[in-house]
Design a protein around this ligand. Sequence first.
Ligand SMILES: [Zn+2]
Length: 77
Amino acid sequence: MSETIRLCPKCSDVMQIGFIPDFSYGAAALETKWFYGEVTKGFFGGVKASPMGGIPVHAWRCAGCGFLEFFAVPKPA
Ligand SMILES: [Zn+2]
């Protein structure tokens, strides 16, 4: 398995893959996901989004300058 190497578009240093967990319920139980379209709110003001839907967001961080770049790529079947 080959390891992907990305270089920072700002300073050309090596970028590291990571993710941004959702701490909404006091624990890192959820991963951040991308959903198509504009935000719609439910009766209690929360964002309408199915926990089973969406595409996981991967974050690349530059080890040199801290620049962040996000990708939403579906997991392979
Ligand atoms: Zn950088």
